[in-house]
Design a protein around this ligand. Sequence first.
Ligand code: MG
Length: 268
Amino acid sequence: MLLLVDLDGVVYRGSTPVPGMAALLERRVAAGDTVIYVTNNSRWHRDEYHARLMGMGVPARADHIVTAARATALVLADGEARPLTMVFGGPGLARELRDAGLRTVAPTDRGLAAEPGAVVVGVDFSLSYARLSTAAEAVRRGARFIATNRDPVYPAAEGLRAGAGAMVAALAVAAGREPDMVVGKPEPRLFRAAAESVGEAAEHAIVIGDSLVTDIAAARAVGARSVLMLTGVTTRAGAQAAPPDAGPTAIAADAAELGSLLEELARA
Ligand SMILES: [Mg+2]
């Protein structure tokens, strides 16, 4: 089976591993499943996630980690004309784009110094008035406006922090238009890119995630089955309150319940 596994809220919560998940994922890989880790996060390169997962004892290959940054790179590199790409985001995003063969430029503090064909937006810890103005000018001059994701916030140890969606919103207002493409969940492109990276179709995957509005919505968008984990942002009451057309295939409270469900699905 192809498992598309969300990270935060499923494999770990912040820096704490979710109990039993590392052992379960190891058993699934030993049983022949392909496990691809998928995250909307666009800040880090997959090598950084790989080191983090290995540090938690989670079996992973770096090429089986598809972040919204890497999926964006794969989508852009797949086109006939690979655009010069302005990176309104962090160094991990720029590195993923370059790994896929794209040339990148930064939105300089001194105005538009290049004519990028695309502006890619991720969470930008160097966000500044000048960088925002330069990226907006590139979009107004016709660059494709690509969002890695539209998450308004993300959870950090110190509380909620502004997510890539906040930067996308700022750029949309300054440039006078909405993004041409959003790659991350709940849109279907992240899961499609993740499945295609191992030569599979996303509709055959089983999505394992903790969010109804991103993971389960994206699973439905690609026609995949899904398991909603209660180890992250969703409570059992929240899961049960989901309308029938927005719910998961199954709900698992923890790694043990997920393990039984996956064994059933493998036998089916
Ligand atoms: Mg999650």
